[in-house]
Structures are given as structure tokens and as C-alpha cells.
Write a protein that binds this ligand. Structure first.
Ligand code: PLP
Length: 401
């Protein structure tokens, strides 16, 4: 008997994050002596602010190395609730917050708490691939809805979303400030989404991983809409806001009854989030913000350069989103001009001719029926302006050659 025969059936439904596959292909290409311009992974090549690093180091030396309460340090839960109330207009207390080892664990804990096998869950496609993976791994039915090009940015296909609702639909996942498209809800979209959630009595996961990665305007949470506070769980993360992706630190916000279950899942899964990392979080939230602002300043410069350079390429069109660190240019014409219909062939050719490594639409879910336009995703979080200039300069020459 082979070992694969012993694996649980649900393993067949476990997906992955294919951006990591693109990363390993790019790493292999670089290891063979080639220059790579890394636009593929949503990680930051900027260091965590030094005051946050110092705080973790100090906490370790002060002996903050044992378990903490399962929901997180009481003072951190309190601070997070205050910060959340200030930015989202809620009146949460510590009991509405569960500290997590990253934003990602909120997805599975939310589903484990609220989804029964067979329940239908609406999720964005293109979207963060972990939603579909976790829905299906835990026995739910993943039902996609799309994003659509709008006036100045992508937005969500709310008509498509509503028409996908059935009497088995129990959960809606929204990633406002969206990976990969940077789609953002307009005020009327937020109103409509809240009305739909109330009308069809849906529980909602609001993935706000990019809420604070914003260059212009102000982020507004869907949780501030009428009827949302009692049916929403918000995914919060320190990863992007404070350049702390590898520290693994985030939180779930929501009604106490749900948060209590999530805290019990913490007990079952990891006991608690890393103790001294939670002290670093206290410093991240209350300490000097100069470096945090500087990170945003650097990212904004990169965004501006990338958008200008992409729009200067033959057959490419790119919006200039106000938030996140992703661009999702339409490359339909550019791919056609180069004679490609398949993303994989196009990505390999672009990598081999220019060194530019990026993801394509297909890395964010199976394209929906009727989708004809072609898109790639460029993350500018992990590449400096000099390399952006050189990499995208090469891509421009490649498209026009
Ligand atoms: N949600 C979205 C939309 C993301 O893009 C990511 C990371 O890329 C996450 C959640 C998870 O972030 P983390 O677990 O690093 O907090």
C-alpha cells in the first residue's frame, strides 16, 4: 500500500498559493546565473522599522518567552480594539479581538467557526487563492464572483455576486482593497453589499489586509455599514502595514460569540501567538510612526513609476490604484502581439527574454466563463525603483520587438 492511499480524502481539496510556485521558478532561474526582476510575490524588501525590532529583542531579554493568554496579551487586545474603533467607527472591546499568528489563519478559523459541510461560500475570483482552498478543504462549496474594470479602478461584480446566491449560500468573503486587482468598493458598492448580506442573512469575512497600505484618500470598512457589525469578522494583519510579513502577526475582529470560538481554536492550534512578537506589536502601534510612513512613501514612488512605465508599453493598460501594492494591467493586446494565448508560455517567454518575473490572472483562480481579457499581476513591494526601471524597460522593449 502506498502512503498516498492513507491520506485523508480532504487532502484532495487542499489548494495552495501558486505565487510561491512562481517564486521558486524565479529563484531557479536566478540560481542559473540570470538576472531576475521580482514582481511576483507580495512580500516587502523593506526592513521592519528598527523600533519594532528593538521592542521584540527587549521583550525576549526581559523573559517574555512563555505562553500568553490564548486570545493575546490583554493590553494588545485593548490597543487593537481602540485602533479599530478609531478607524472603523465601531465600539469594540478586548473581547471582540483575537490575536493571531498572521492574518491568514483568520480565514480557516472563520470558516471552521461558521461553515458547515455543503454550505455555499461566495468568494472573489480572481482572488487570494487561500479562500477557495480552505472552503473546499473544510467541505464547503466555493462559489466565485468576479471583479470588473470600472471608472479609474477595478470594482466588484455585484450583479454577478447577487445572481450566484442560492438558498444554500451562507457566507460571503470580501477583500475590499483586493489582491490581485486592487479593486476597491465605491460607497454605493458598500451600501449594496451590506444590503445583500442582510437580505440573504449571510455571515461575512472582511479581509482588510491592505486597509492601511494606502496612498491617497481614506480606507473605509464595510463593517461601518448598517447591519454589518453583527455578521462580520475582519481579518487584520501587521504584515503589510508594518513590513512584518515574516513575524506572523494578525488579528480577528468580530462579535464576542464568534471570537470566543476563534480563541478556543487558538488553544487547539497554537496555544498563543509568539509572546515577544506581541510586545513588538505594542511598539508598532504606539511607537514612532516615521518609518511606517516612510514605507508608504517608498511604495507610492514605486507605484507611480510602475504605472507610468506600464502605460507606456505597447498593448498594455494599467489603472493607478490608491491602495495595496499590486498592479493588474490588461495585457490582452500585448500577449496577442507576441503570439501568446496561454499565460504560462507568455510568462516563461517574458522571464527568459527580460528577467521580469510576475504572476498571471490564472494564479488567482480558474478564469470565469466569458472572461476574455488577459491580465498579469505585478507586485512592487519587493523591488526597488532602479530595478523597476531596468526590468520594466526591458519588458517595454520585449513588447515592441
Ligand atoms: N489576505 C490577503 C488578501 C493577502 O494578500 C494576504 C497576504 O498576501 C493575506 C490575507 C495574509 O497575510 P498574512 O498572513 O501575512 O497576514
Amino acid at each position: 500500500m502506498t502512503l498516498s492511499m492513507k491520506l485523508a480524502d480532504r487532502v484532495n481539496n487542499l489548494g495552495t498559493e501558486t505565487a510561491f510556485v512562481v517564486a521558486s521558478q524565479a529563484a531557479a532561474y536566478a540560481a542559473a546565473g540570470n538576472r531576475v526582476f521580482p514582481f511576483h510575490l507580495g512580500d516587502l524588501n523593506l526592513p521592519t522599522p528598527p523600533n519594532i525590532i528593538e521592542a521584540a529583542y527587549r521583550a525576549m531579554k526581559d523573559g517574555r518567552t512563555g505562553y500568553t493568554p490564548n486570545g493575546g496579551l490583554p493590553q494588545l487586545r485593548e490597543l487593537l480594539a481602540e485602533d479599530f474603533n478609531r478607524t472603523r467607527g465601531t465600539s469594540f472591546v478586548s473581547d471582540n479581538v483575537a490575536v493571531q499568528p498572521g492574518g491568514k489563519p483568520v480565514i480557516s478559523k472563520f470558516l471552521l467557526t461558521l461553515m458547515n459541510p455543503g454550505d455555499e461560500v461566495l468568494y472573489p475570483n480572481p482572488g487570494f487563492p487561500i479562500y477557495e482552498s480552505q472552503i473546499e478543504f473544510h467541505g464547503g462549496v466555493a462559489v466565485p464572483y468576479g471583479t470588473i474594470p470600472g471608472d479609474g479602478n477595478f470594482t466588484f461584480d455585484l450583479n454577478g455576486l447577487e445572481s450566484a446566491i442560492t438558498d444554500r449560500t451562507k457566507i460571503l468573503i470580501i477583500n475590499d482593497l483586493h489582491n490581485p486587482t486592487s479593486a476597491e468598493c465605491r460607497p454605493e458598492d458598500r451600501r449594496k453589499l451590506a444590503e445583500l448580506a442582510v437580505k440573504y442573512d449571510l455571515m461575512v469575512l472582511l479581509d482588510e489586509a491592505y486597509f492601511d497600505v494606502r496612498y491617497d484618500g481614506k480606507s473605509v470598512s464595510l463593517i461601518s455599514e448598517p447591519g454589518m457589525i453583527e455578521r462580520s469578522v475582519v481579518l487584520y494583519t501587521f504584515s503589510k502595514r508594518f513590513a512584518m510579513t515574516g513575524w506572523r502577526l494578525g488579528a480577528a475582529f468580530g462579535p464576542k460569540q464568534i471570537i470566543d470560538v476563534i480563541v478556543t481554536l487558538n488553544v487547539n492550534d497554537e496555544s498563543c501567538t509568539n509572546h515577544f512578537v506581541q510586545y513588538a506589536a505594542l511598539e508598532a502601534m504606539t511607537g514612532d510612526q516615521a518609518e511606517v510612513l516612510n514605507i508608504l512613501h517608498i511604495l507610492r514612488q514605486r507605484r507611480d513609476l510602475c504605472v507610468d512605465m506600464l502605460n507606456d508599453m505597447e498593448g498594455v493598460f494599467c489603472y493607478k490604484p490608491n491602495a495595496t501594492f499590486y498592479l493588474y494591467p490588461d495585457v490582452t493586446e500585448a500577449m496577442k502581439n507576441k503570439g501568446f494565448s496561454m499565460y504560462q508560455d507568455f510568462l516563461v517567454s517574458a522571464l527568459e527574454h527580460t528577467g521580469v518575473s510576475m504572476c498571471a490572472r490564472a494564479h488567482f483562480g480558474t478564469p470565469l466563463p466569458g472572461e476574455t481579457a488577459r491580465y498579469v499581476r505585478l507586485a512592487y513591494s519587493g523591488i526597488g525603483v532602479d530595478d523597476i526601471e531596468e526590468g520594466l524597460g526591458r519588458l517595454k522593449s520585449y513588447f515592441s520587438s
